[in-house]
Design a protein. Structure first.
Length: 282
């Protein structure tokens, strides 16, 4: 619209540089009437263009204004795309913009270029730019305070905004939730680091003690399982007693490792040494 009005030599009427004519001291009435008519014609021509290029809900409000400058100021104040909210929207759109499947690079750049132009024309301080970056990174729980800060007038500073964000974090107990998550993660990491999940036999973490590939069974002396999981170990009797395993020596009869009826070993068969065997034979 601006370029169009400049091309028609009407932009200065919109900016107010050319105002409603006033009669000069030595000017005739006819001359003044011609100048006034010429200005009024251009003024209403601009108003007509404004009306034809806007939707009914907007141009219905033009009835309260008499000059193109008044309408332009109204539109500028009501629908201006400035402030943190506008810059936040630009940066968010640019951050989320991705090349679609089948979209050419030229078409993608055609989407990006207008956003670049608006960002480059934005008169925003470094402090407010940092604020926008902080607000973009906040979690959804902070949406209320984020919306409040973006539409604040005058614009808040970064320090003031951070104070409000921290207050909102405290009000919603988000800091306690975060501390709990950190404590849980730290406890889990410490637990794993201490080796409590590691095999007690080989200190590896990819298996448990009962299935350690290097553990030796105390019954069959094979590796890969413990006594309780031995495949050739006699089954436990119904009364809870183990079937005793006999040990034989050359030149002697078999001797039971369990000489007491009803004895229930707690950790497996009793190991008989030679001294124990001699004591039993006496």
């Amino acid at each position: 619209m601006k370029s169009f009005l400049i091309g028609r030599k009407l932009w200065r009427i919109v900016t107010g540089d050319i105002t409603t004519p006033t009669k000069q001291q030595d000017e005739t009435d006819d001359r003044f009437a011609d100048r006034l008519e010429d200005w009024d014609s251009k003024n209403h021509q601009i108003i007509t263009w404004f009306r034809n290029t806007s939707i009914p809900s907007i141009h219905i409000q033009f009835a309260d204004y008499n000059t193109a400058k008044e309408i332009w100021d109204f539109l500028s104040n009501r629908y201006k795309t400035t402030g943190l909210a506008h810059y936040f929207q630009l940066w968010t759109t640019l951050h989320n913009l991705k090349q679609e499947s089948g979209q050419s690079v030229n078409d993608f750049l055609a989407q990006v270029q207008p956003i670049w132009n608006q960002i480059s024309q934005a008169k925003i301080s470094e402090d407010h730019l940092h604020l926008i970056q902080v607000l973009m990174a906040l979690r959804p729980e902070y949406e209320d305070v984020r919306a409040s800060l973006l539409h604040r007038h005058p614009l808040p500073t970064l320090d003031m905004s951070v104070q409000e964000i921290i207050f909102e974090e405290t009000r919603l107990n988000l800091d306690k939730t975060l501390n709990s998550e950190i404590a849980l993660a730290t406890t889990r990491a410490s637990y794993q680091k201490s080796g409590k999940n590691a095999c007690k036999n080989c200190n590896q973490t990819n298996h448990v003690f009962a299935h350690c590939p290097t553990i030796e069974c105390r019954y069959c002396h094979a590796t890969g399982h413990i006594l309780e999981n031995c495949p050739i170990r006699p089954p436990r009797p119904k009364n809870g007693a183990f079937k005793p395993k006999t040990i034989s020596t050359p030149g002697s009869t078999a001797v039971s490792a369990d000489t007491t009826e009803g004895f229930i070993p707690t950790e497996g068969p009793t190991v008989i040494t030679m001294s124990d065997l001699e004591a039993l034979l006496k």
